[in-house]
Design a protein around this ligand. Structure first.
Ligand code: ZN
Length: 373
């Protein structure tokens, strides 16, 4: 009620009309129609003011780059940076949607970042990195020399000279990156790992498929200098130990076959044509080689059992004489009881290679290879 209405108002000069009636007839609810209308109007105005405030706050927040809030130094890879920025952008856009449609249920979306969000995040990071470049004094000069222009997303790209080449647009017009920027460092590292930690030249070439870094070679070189990760990848294996001296039995002056190495080669498949057999038989070559002269004595054994090998050794002694020492690997035949007994009776020493040391005995394994060839 306005003050001017008070002069003519019965309610002001006399009383509310329901007071003239009996108490039973009084209304149960006070006549607050005016009050309710007033309060409702006030509440709506207040709500509108709040809504406006929240939207303005968000608009202010969205003008500030998310990357400026959390600092690029915290990220070790550009992919991680773009992913986190993508999540922050999603959070802001969801917050805006919530303000616009208060009361509506929030949309439940996919949890992982989409490709679109990643692209938006990358654009935002690039714009942020290009800002100091644009505000520098040399920008006008750079704009002319590199033919800079902004693409549809507001990112500065170089014109280049490959307009007529059949290449993707991002290769023909690389994105401009400042030399001193955390984002540039992260991108160089990523492209360097893509070329499997190869040298500066390859890393720079790979980077230029998408980005143009001013003073590129210097920047890439400085970025890749003294990196622990690179040292691990590019490091050489430890040097092989120096070759030891030859053992005495290989270097001493003695009769041929005085010190003999023995080994089996094969198997071979032979047919006994004299016996008239059509079946193929498996046989092995027993190879005796002198450790000093490398002379070779070959014999055929029908199997790896002890007895055929003892007969084979008897033939060897008959041809070359009884030697001083045998050298061999740890084949079961050589270690069998019968062979040990026979050798003991003949008074010949036997030296075995160290078990499970396949690099030992190279001098007779080489002769096995020659025989096979
Ligand atoms: Zn590297």
């Amino acid at each position: 009620m306005k003050p001017s209405d008070l002069a003519t108002s019965d309610k002001w000069w006399k009383r509310p009309t329901f007071l003239t009636l009996q108490e039973e007839q009084w209304p149960t609810k006070p006549d607050t129609g005016l009050l309710e209308e007033h309060v409702s109007r006030e509440m709506k105005a207040e709500f509108k003011r709040e809504e406006h405030l929240t939207t303005t706050d968000l608009a202010t927040v969205s003008n500030v780059s998310p990357t400026a809030c959390f600092g690029l130094e915290r990220f070790s890879t550009s992919k991680k940076l773009f992913r986190v920025t993508g999540y922050v952008l999603r959070f802001i856009s969801r917050l805006k949607e919530k303000v616009k449609s208060i009361g509506e249920s929030q949309k439940s979306g996919d949890e992982s970042v989409t490709v679109k969000e990643l692209e938006d995040a990358e654009v935002m990071c690039l714009q942020e990195a290009q800002k100091p470049l644009v505000s520098s004094n040399k920008f006008d000069q750079q704009r002319i020399s590199l033919g800079l222009f902004t693409d549809d997303k507001g990112v500065y790209r170089c014109k280049g000279r490959l307009e007529n080449a059949e290449l993707p647009c991002q290769v023909k017009h690389p994105i401009l990156l400042p030399p001193r920027s955390r984002l540039t460092s992260l991108i160089i590292r990523e492209y360097h790992s893509r070329v499997m930690h190869h040298d500066v030249k390859d890393s720079l070439t790979e980077t230029r498929c998408r980005y143009w870094i001013t003073k590129g070679r210097q920047v890439v070189k400085a970025e890749l200098r003294n990196r622990a990760e690179c040292s691990r990848v590019q490091g050489r294996p430890s040097a092989a130990p120096a070759t030891p001296d030859l053992p005495q039995f290989r270097a001493e002056k003695s009769f041929p076959f005085a010190n003999t190495a023995v080994d089996f080669a094969g198997p071979l498949y032979v047919k006994n044509v004299f016996g008239g057999e059509s079946k193929m038989r498996k046989v092995y070559i027993a190879l005796f080689t002198c450790s000093s002269t490398r002379a070779v004595h070959l014999d055929l054994v029908p199997g790896l059992d002890a007895q055929p090998f003892i007969r084979c050794m008897k033939r060897f002694f008959a041809r070359k004489g009884v030697n001083q020492l045998f050298i061999s690997d740890n084949t079961k035949t050589f270690k069998s009881k019968e062979v040990r007994q026979f050798i003991l009776n003949m008074g010949v020493a036997w030296k075995f290679n160290l078990p499970r040391s396949s690099w030992w005995g190279g001098f007779f394994e080489r002769m096995v290879r020659c025989t096979r060839g």
